[in-house]
Ligand binder design. Sequence first.
Ligand code: ZN
Length: 87
Amino acid sequence: MRGETYTCAACGEAYEKIRTGVDAMAEAEALFSHAELASKVRVCDDCWEAFMPELPRLRAEADQRAAAAGLSYDEFMRREAVRLDQE
Ligand SMILES: [Zn+2]
């Protein structure tokens, strides 16, 4: 019996549903808004592994954008989520 499958947003391959690392999801939620997470992406472990090294850089960029806007990181992300919801 086949398990639930999903399509990786990065490589487009279909996979059996596999573990999504709890740590990885925590990382993702810290970086992306819930709106983003809810609206898309499931990636396979291979693509996630490839993406992980980018996280510190992406977070640093978000930090800089938050600082430039005079907002805390959390407030910046909250506003980003609202903006995305309205698009
Ligand atoms: Zn993939």
